[in-house]
Design a protein around this ligand. Sequence first.
Ligand SMILES: [Zn+2]
Length: 327
Amino acid sequence: MTGSAVRHAETVTFGGAGLDRSSDLRTEAGKISRLLNSRAAQVLPVWRSKLPIEGATQDRLVFRPANDPVFADATNTPVFLGQHGKTPYFARDISAWRAPEQDTSQLGSFTDSSEQTHPDLKPDQRFVELRRIMARLSPLDAEIAAMAVGVFSWHRHHSHCSRCGVKTEIAQGGWQSRCSSCNSLHFPRTDPVVIMHVTCGNQLLVGRSPGWPEGMYSLLAGFMEPGETIEAAVRREVFEETRVTIGAVSYLASQPWPFPSSLMIGCLARATSRDITIDPVEIEDAKWISREQVLEGWANPGSTSIAMRKGAIAHFLIKNWLSDILS
Ligand SMILES: [Zn+2]
C-alpha cells in the first residue's frame, strides 16, 4: 500500500447506501406530515438507543406504520430521515415505554447483550444494542440505524439551550432545535476522532486501554481538538500515547460512529521512530506487531486479539492492510 484512500472505503459498516436525506423538505412540515402518513412510510421505533430487529441469518430492522400502537408511548414527533427510492423513512423515540418483567440491568452498558420484546411487536422481534448487530445489517439498515441512534442521542443530551438554558423546541423534521427565549438555533453535533493505522515496514502499532478484555489490542485513536488539522491530531495522539513520531499522514476511510456522536477518520501514518514509551494515563500497553502475527491472531483467537470487532473501522482498516488492497 502506498497511502491513499482505501478502495471501496464506503463499504465500511455505516458507510451508507445512498439514502437521500431530502434536507430540502425539512422546512416543509406539511409535506413531511403527508409522507409520514402515506402508506409507503416506514417508521423505526427506537427505545433507549436500542433498535428492533428480526431475522435468523441476517438481521433486519423492524419498521412500522406511523399510527402503529408501538408508538403509543412516544413523546416527541418522528424524525424525518429521508427517502430511498419511493420509500420515506422516519424514526421515533419510544424510550418512555417501560419493559415490565424484562432484563433491563444492562441498559446503557457498552456490552449490553440483553434483548427486550414489546407487546405490540411480534414475539421474534426484539430490541438489541446496535453494536451487537451492526455488521449483520444491510448497508441501508445500517445507515438508517446510525442516523436514528445518533440524532436521538443528540435530542436526549441537548434538550436545553446551550446559551441560556431554556428548554428548546425540535424543528426541521428533527434536525434542528430552537430556543424561543434567545432565538438561537442548534444542530446535531458530530465529534471527529482520528484513528491511526501506524506502520513501520511490515509492522503495525497497536495499543490497549485500561478495562478492555484481556489480550485485546486495537488501533490508537483520539478526539481532535479545536484549531487542529487531521494530520496534526494524528501526530499528537500517537506521540502522546506512545512517544512514537510520525512522518507522512494520509486519509484512508471514515465511519460514522453513533456511540454517541463520533466520526471516525481513519488515517495511514508512517512512523519515523520505533521506541515505545506509553502514557499510562491514556493507554495500558502498546506494541508493534507484524502482518503474520495479526493473521495468526485472527485465525486462532485466544490469548491476544487484535481489533476483533467486526463492523468497527479498526477491523476494516486492518483487514484491508492484510489483504494489501490499501492503494
Ligand atoms: Zn436560548
